[in-house]
Design a protein around this ligand. Structure first.
Ligand SMILES: N[C@@H](CCC(=O)N[C@@H](CS)C(=O)NCC(=O)O)C(=O)O
Length: 212
């Protein structure tokens, strides 16, 4: 399979402390793809104005523009980028391999969104989530991930895939939601492995942390 490169930089509409945006920014960088990052001002509700709604009717970041393709939803964007620009390690083309990755994209959109990510939003912005319920959900998932990652260096095998990219951003910033990671050594080792990948870019750390 011939992997093409984009004719022009891929435009990413994002916010610097959005984990959904970061997973796309991280994957663009891991793939070595040229990108133009455009910050969307959520405080002025720019994401709910007609110009942005024309890009994503759901009024959410991230959104990418790749030539004449406009795409929203972080996990959908990861699938698009992996299929168009990545090799099969990032997203296997076999039925079982693709399904194994999808399991974790569903976790990223479910347990991670309503666990670690929700706890972080509650801690940083004071709502709208039940902080204790989100923290409890986060700890349940972290305990399972710690068991999984004792058996395999990355979530779906010996090489990183978009499953790892989708799950990394919010799990690594769990302390900003008041969730300590010390009890999960395998998760910490996995975070370190991802941060050592060529092209890794971090997400901005907020001032809120376990110490807050
Ligand atoms: N399913 C979406 C969720 C994206 C999302 O929740 N984005 C947040 C920022 S992290 C957002 O735009 N929130 C504003 C809103 O929902 O009004 C994805 O994976 O991209």
């Amino acid at each position: 399979m011939t992997i093409v490169k984009p004719a022009a930089p891929i435009v990413l509409y994002r916010h610097p402390i959005s984990g959904h945006s970061h997973r796309v920014e991280l994957f663009l960088s891991l793939l070595g793809l040229p990108a133009t990052l455009i910050d969307v001002d959520l405080t002025t509700r720019a994401h709910k104005q007609p110009a942005f709604l024309a890009k994503n009717i759901f009024g959410q970041i991230p959104v990418i523009e790749d030539g004449n393709v406009t795409l929203s939803d972080s996990n959908a964007i990861l699938v698009y980028l992996a299929t168009k620009y990545g090799d099969e390690d990032w997203l296997p083309r076999t039925p079982e391999g693709a399904a194994q990755v999808q399991r974790f994209l569903s976790i990223a959109a479910g347990d991670i969104a309503f666990g670690v990510a929700a706890a972080r939003i509650a801690n940083i912005f004071g709502g709208p989530f039940d902080h204790e319920a989100a923290q409890a959900r986060a700890h349940r998932l972290l305990a399972i991930f710690d068991q999984l990652l004792a058996q395999t260096p990355y979530l779906t095998g010996p090489q990183p895939s978009i499953a790892d990219v989708a799950c990394y951003s919010y799990l690594s910033h769990a302390p900003e939601g008041g969730i300590a990671l010390d009890a999960y050594p395998q998760v910490l080792a996995w975070i370190a492995r991802i941060e050592a990948l060529p092209g890794f870019v971090p997400m901005r750390v907020t001032k809120v942390s376990l110490a807050a």
